[in-house]
Design a protein around this ligand. Structure first.
Ligand SMILES: Cc1cc2nc3c(=O)[nH]c(=O)nc-3n(C[C@H](O)[C@H](O)[C@H](O)COP(=O)(O)O)c2cc1C
Length: 310
């Protein structure tokens, strides 16, 4: 059977609304339909909660969004809230060292040689990831990605061991490497996400909360039809955008980046315990202080070769 949220999406139907509160029915026959619908991709279940707990969470969320404020249940939600960095405008941006857009964006070139002695503190790495997340647009703000960050000598040696050919030995010289991964289970925490968003931008979310959840559940259902290829296409595209944002943010911090995809990503499970049923690793991006020259400019097609006028 597919992930628990699919069970939920397929089985929860909003049949009516009483005042500010929805009436939710669980339709058991569609559970049977869902379990018979192969060849949907198998995803590993989250063992932290079961279907009924999840249903209660969603019901609570719905009534909380549409009714008077109710006490917040414990969990990741309250932890995320305490970290407090909820809106892009709240970023400190205190490690942005290059504020020259032309230099950051047009000056980016692939960095082949990085200073092996240069370390970037974890606090700054977290800032880079957070800023990347803030400047990357995603469908209904779902942020369907995660970043495997490798910054220790041991981790870099492990990652380097699965690189091939001319991409070998580049990771050991970088300050840190990142593997952006598409997250097939982003929807498992989407209800919590909406709750956080409703705190952060109530004027945005309140008028559309009812429609948003119902619309997103319907969309997830469409995306996960068949073997999951629509879901994968959507999240792959979005993590690609995050990868580009990440490189520009690194440049703004004064670092350079090198992208590599000559490797064996299947070994990430063995080497780092990455759940490959859930995450799709896209490529490796090395980050650090460039030594020597960046890769020279490469030929790019003129617009006429690339535009299909509509
Ligand atoms: C998806 C992708 C995969 C890449 N894989 C490699 C790689 O395996 N090894 C490598 O040396 N460069 C790799 N590159 C870097 C490209 O060769 C480089 O970006 C390209 O030559 C353009 O140069 P520029 O980045 O300096 O603009 C990759 C780039 C992308 C976007």
């Amino acid at each position: 059977m597919a992930a628990r949220i699919l069970y939920l999406v397929r089985n929860v139907h909003i049949l009516g609304k009483s005042g500010n509160h929805f009436i939710i029915y669980l339709l058991s026959d569609s559970l049977n339909n869902a379990s018979q619908s192969s060849p949907r991709r198998q995803v590993k279940p989250n063992t932290q909660s079961n279907e009924s707990e999840r249903l209660v969470q969603v019901m609570t969320l719905r009534s909380w969004l549409s009714g008077p404020a109710c006490p917040l249940p414990p969990g990741r939600w309250s932890q995320a809230e305490s970290e407090g960095r909820m809106l892009p405008s709240e970023l400190t941006l205190d490690n942005i060292r290059n504020n020259d857009f032309k230099d950051v964006v047009f000056g980016r070139r692939c960095a082949r040689y990085l200073d092996p002695d240069h370390k970037i503190p974890r606090e700054e790495i977290k800032q880079i990831i957070e800023e990347t997340n803030c400047v990357t647009p995603t469908a209904v703000d779902t942020q369907p990605f995660a970043f495997l960050v490798v910054d220790t000598d041991e981790g870099k040696a492990k990652l380097d061991s699965i690189m091939r050919g001319s991409d070998k030995d580049r990771i050991t010289a970088c300050s840190f490497a990142v593997v952006p991964c598409a997250d097939r289970l982003w929807y498992e925490t989407y209800d919590e996400h909406v709750r956080l968003e409703s705190e952060a931008s109530p004027d945005y979310i309140a008028p559309m909360a009812d429609g948003l959840l119902a619309g997103v559940f319907k969309w997830v259902d469409e995306l996960t039809e068949g073997n999951g290829e629509y879901l994968d296409k959507s999240i792959n595209y979005q993590v690609g955008m995050a990868g580009m944002s990440f490189q520009n943010v690194c440049r703004a911090h004064g670092y350079d980046t090198g992208v590599m995809d000559s490797w064996d990503p299947q070994l990430l499970e063995e080497k780092f315990g990455l759940d490959l049923d859930r995450y799709i690793p896209e490529l490796v991006i090395c980050v650090g202080k460039s030594v020597g020259s960046l890769q020279p400019e490469r030929y790019r097609y003129p617009a006429d070769e690339k535009i299909i006028w509509g």
